[in-house]
Design a protein. Structure first.
Length: 361
């Protein structure tokens, strides 16, 4: 598994349509709130031209891409943190994801009810963000109460933790997401313990149509995202769903006819990948596979994500670059030109590395 994204938003904004397009999982859709009750999960391969190139050059069949898991949860409404609608029951499903995709309705459709009455993306974004903030305050307040009780008995560690949690709550009470706060390592440990949501990086995704009102709404959503330091993308959800149902070659032809290098959903996957500061590297000792890593990961730890024995018995990593492979045309030529390197356990794996691990257990 590469990483995971939770898809959030108000009801009837097109979350399930987008999820279907991403995963072709056939999530239920209907014109009423809370159609999605149980979360839908779909595992999607990350588009990767480099993987295709490496497979062709090395003669590897059926290369395995890295993957992203999308989790589509029930739409949240105003008051969800206090039990309105389906309440915040479903926030539990996204507390462990790596990032959020916040779908914003920027289309008009008289056949699809708008739960807040009309198209206003900034208002809708702020409704969801407020509910996420309130949900995090609630969970942190329960935590601070426990620490304060223990601190009354003279526990200095609990007193300190209560102060840490208090700073986090104060930031939330100011109407700010925790991802906008400068966090210490201690803060991050506390947040990991409680499973908060507002510290997660977010991509705002405008679901648009081709009407003028939709374009203006998209621009408003993009401006909001920019002001908060978050990336913004826009797609036509229904069109993307249709594209996703085409065969691979038909999909390429359709996109070329539209003058597009990739689908909107491919752009979303790539953006989510970049948002989390991740890289892709490859192993090809037997089968060719792409792997997801946090930028800055040393070779031994990277090996351990494949199998613990690889890290425990790590000897060295034989490394060459994708660019060198493409330029020289074969692994043999890469070796002959001196571009195959032997690296130790502290070597920082780079995006585009092709690695063979040598280990002994």
């Amino acid at each position: 598994m590469g990483f995971s994204c939770g898809i959030i938003g108000l009801p009837n904004v097109g979350k399930s349509t987008i999820f279907n397009a991403l995963s072709s999982a056939g999530a239920q859709m209907a014109n009423y709130p809370f159609c999605t009750i149980e979360p839908n999960k779909g595992i999607v391969p990350v588009p990767d031209k480099r993987l295709e190139d490496i497979a062709r050059i090395l003669g590897k069949e059926s290369p395995i891409p890295t993957r992203i898991e999308f989790i589509d949860v029930a739409g949240l409404v105003k008051g969800a943190s206090k039990g309105e609608g389906l309440g915040n029951k479903f926030l539990g499903h996204i507390r462990n994801v790596d990032a959020l995709v916040h779908v914003v309705r920027c289309f008009t459709d008289k056949d699809v009810a708008h739960v807040t009455g009309d198209v206003d993306p900034v208002r809708d974004i702020e409704i969801i963000n407020t509910e996420l903030i309130l949900a995090d305050i609630e969970i942190l307040e329960r935590g601070i109460e426990r620490e304060q009780k223990t601190a009354k008995g003279g526990d200095k560690k609990s007193k300190h933790r209560a102060e840490e949690i208090g700073r986090l709550i104060a930031h939330l009470n100011a109407g700010k997401m925790l991802r906008t706060m400068e966090l210490t390592d201690e803060d991050r440990l506390v947040l990991a313990e409680f499973g908060v949501v507002t510290d997660k990086p977010v991509i705002y995704l405008s679901n648009i149509d081709e009407e003028e009102v939709s374009q203006k709404a998209r621009e408003a959503a993009a401006a909001y995202a920019s002001a908060t330091g978050a990336p913004h993308l826009h797609i036509i959800g229904k069109l993307e769903e249709e594209i996703s149902e085409l065969a691979v070659e038909e999909k390429k032809e359709y996109l070329q006819a539209m003058g597009l290098a990739e689908s909107g959903l491919d752009r979303l996957i790539t953006a989510a990948y970049g948002l989390l500061n991740l890289i892709t590297y490859y192993t090809a000792a037997t089968e060719l596979q792409a792997w997801t890593l946090l930028k800055g990961t040393p070779a031994a730890k990277a090996a351990g994500t494949i199998h613990t024995d690889f890290e425990r018995g790590f000897i060295r990593a034989e490394v060459f670059r994708y660019d060198d492979l493409v330029k020289l045309g074969s692994e043999k030529s890469v070796r002959e030109h001196g571009h195959l390197r032997s690296e130790g356990k502290e070597y920082i794996v780079q995006d585009g590395d092709v690695i063979r691990y040598l280990f002994n257990v």
